[in-house]
Write a protein that binds this ligand. Structure first.
Ligand code: KG4
Ligand code: ZN
Length: 349
């Protein structure tokens, strides 16, 4: 039997510089994630700063992952690198590095779609998290509800029409004066809050919708953000903002989670598949996981990656690269980064 391929994965699409060495489908031999803390100063990711930070750290991050795995780049069978979507300058650092390293070591290179990789992240820890499943990919840049009958076959059920789910949490945190990234800040503040003291709109969610309606699965978060901003102004005028922050955070989280869970459950019903895979930073939300688990009941499974694998990381890039490599999809040195790289194998419903 031939031994499973050894993959070096590289991720630089946003503000994490990461490298991983993966053998087979789940043997993670080395994994380094360097989170660029500098963006906290600005309350969001500054693209130019992100590119420069990737450039400074990628060498060290890859070295660290190889050392942890106890291998040299010559031992690797294939280099997989995020080719998009993401910040173009940031992507270019990883793609250029990956191509150069692969060329120098005489290895093939595979361009990976960042969101397809998020789908694979869960499987690294939960071998059962394989298709068929309904997937909810929710990060700072994306909100996608997918039906996944098989790896490589993706049906887009819904997407956001404005802000991404994580972006909504980030903007809401800013409105409340809580630190970036917003999701964890809101979660923390909401722990001491009562979600029923404020009631926010559930955009694009109402009982009258039917599966054939174009908004049945779609999301919208910008109205929710505006509702929060208006409520904050009212509370501020009453001079009680500080004391109300936990309740406001809890009510906002409740509304966002309600919409995400309701639309995911619509997919579960229509696809007749009680298996949900979560991916992206918002998959860390305890409220979201709990709500989906509650609505799914006993006869079903919610698979969610650990915090380390739900946010951006190179382990999932290596796993997705391995899938594409096994299908013979090797890129040439013309491989380029694309901020809007189309999702491979994705079709609209
Ligand atoms: O996947 P990710 O690390 O980076 C992107 O590709 O965007 O996701 C980061 C996003 C941020 O918007 C952050 O606020 C959100 O994930 N997030 C959360 C939670 N933890 C992280 N959102 C809601 N609840 C959380 N507990
Ligand atoms: Zn991501």
């Amino acid at each position: 039997m031939t031994r499973p391929p050894l993959v070096l994965g590289i991720e630089t699409s946003c503000d994490e510089t990461s490298a991983a060495v993966l053998r087979g489908q789940s043997e993670l031999l080395g994994h380094v994630i360097f989170t660029q803390d500098v963006h906290r100063l600005y309350g969001g990711v500054v693209p130019e700063i992100a590119s420069r930070a990737h450039l400074r750290t990628l060498d060290h991050v890859v070295d660290g992952a190889l050392r942890e795995a106890g291998v040299r780049i010559e031992d690797v069978d294939v280099v997989g690198v995020t080719a998009g979507p993401g910040l173009i300058g940031a992507l270019l650092v990883g793609v250029s590095w990956g191509k150069a390293a692969a060329w120098a070591a005489g290895k093939p290179v595979v361009g990976v779609h960042h969101m397809e990789a998020h789908l694979f992240a869960t499987q690294l820890e939960h071998p059962d998290a394989t298709p068929p499943f309904v997937a909810l990919l929710v990060s700072g840049g994306h909100t996608l509800l997918l039906w996944v009958p098989a790896w490589g076959e993706y049906v887009q059920l819904g997407a956001t029409r404005d802000d991404a789910a994580g972006e909504a949490f980030d903007k809401a945190a800013k409105i409340l004066g809580l630190p970036y990234p917003g999701g964890p800040s809101i979660q923390r503040a909401a722990e001491d809050g009562d979600p029923s003291r404020h009631r926010f709109t559930r955009p694009l969610l109402n009982r009258g919708q039917r599966p054939e309606d174009s908004d049945y699965y779609d999301f919208s978060f910008s109205g929710l953000k505006t509702a929060l901003r208006n409520r904050v102004r009212e509370v501020e005028r009453e001079g009680a903002l500080e004391a109300e922050i936990p309740d406001l955070a809890a009510a906002f989280q409740d509304a966002a989670v309600d919409v995400l869970a309701a639309k995911t459950m619509r997919a579960v019903r229509e696809m007749d598949c009680r298996r949900i895979v979560l991916g992206g930073g918002v998959a860390n939300s305890r409220a979201l996981r709990a709500e989906l688990t509650r609505r799914l009941g006993g006869r079903g499974a919610v698979f969610a990656p650990s915090p380390r694998l739900s946010t951006d990381n190179a382990a999932m890039i290596a796993r997705a690269a391995q899938f594409r490599f096994a299908r013979g999809e090797v890129a040439g040195l013309e491989l380029n980064a694309r901020a809007d790289l189309p999702f491979p194998g994705l079709r609209k419903r």
